[in-house]
Design a protein around this ligand. Sequence first.
Ligand SMILES: C[S@@+](CC[C@H](N)C(=O)[O-])C[C@H]1O[C@@H](n2cnc3c(N)ncnc32)[C@H](O)[C@@H]1O
Length: 223
Amino acid sequence: MGSQIEITETRFSGVFTDSNRLFTKNMVPRSRVYGEKLYSQGDEEYREWIPRRSKLAAYIKLGGSYFPFSSDTRVLYLGAASGTTASHLSDIVTSGIVHCVEISPRSFRDLVALCGKRGNMVPILADAAKPEDYRPMVENIETVYQDVAQKNQVSILVKNMSTFGAESGMIAIKARSEDVTKAPERVFSEAESSLKKQGFKVVDVIPLEPFEKDHAMIAVKRK
Ligand SMILES: C[S@@+](CC[C@H](N)C(=O)[O-])C[C@H]1O[C@@H](n2cnc3c(N)ncnc32)[C@H](O)[C@@H]1O
């Protein structure tokens, strides 16, 4: 067990704070995912959720207001890498599921090991731009979370939300992956307009500086 700490739940279900740092309740006690610190309060163990390592934590720290995750949410996570952020979502959606799509075989190896320890995480080696390839493995998705750092980020999100009938989505847009020559603010506003044109309600847009340069989190709901 880590050192004792006094923390309370934030307005977001399953996200805790000591009024400075963020934490989630560790589903696999005494186990770290990316070198984060562990703390305990009473019999419960918590993992620090570090905004410089996770864009979803950065979004919360920067005042993000939309959080479509609770204990039973079924999530499709695109661009899971080795599972840093996905592991915190796994701590949050304790009776839900996190389907983790990753294209890089190197990251996927670590992801498979992590999913082996966490009963609500499922690894999928696939290209997020081709949801038809993993459609047979994934069902009843409520929220799509995307962080793929490649081109055509909006169209990948829209395609996945449509394929799986998801009601909400969050996308960590990396401006430089879309167009290195465009100002990031312009990339973010074009992404927002494109999502609106395709029938989504944009509920939040938060640039992620100082935690992540040239990134913004955009949250959408189906209208
Ligand atoms: C910035 S990293 C993700 C970090 C991770 N979301 C986190 O917070 O822990 C982006 C990941 O997206 C993956 N990726 C890029 N294009 C992809 C695609 N088309 N389908 C699936 N994964 C993709 C990359 O291999 C990389 O692991």
